[in-house]
Unconditional design. Sequence first.
Length: 88
Amino acid sequence: MPAAFALLALAPGDPWRATRLAVVRAAHKVVRRSDVSDPAMQRFLAQRALYRLPYDELLEHTSDPFGDFAAGHYDRLARAELGSVGLR
């Protein structure tokens, strides 16, 4: 009986894990086909981070997300975007 209870207790987390794994796999497929050191790709990833990530998460990577983007400093924002989907 305890094993069945443990299985039921873990079941609600499984859909989240499956969804998260799907996101990471899809991101990996997209990124591995791209050169993330390419300035155009860095700009795209930085832009995506600004559009998608919450402000508090952006501030963990840079104290001035919009200023960095405007100045062409894309590396921290690009890392934030990659990190948000489980890639480094």
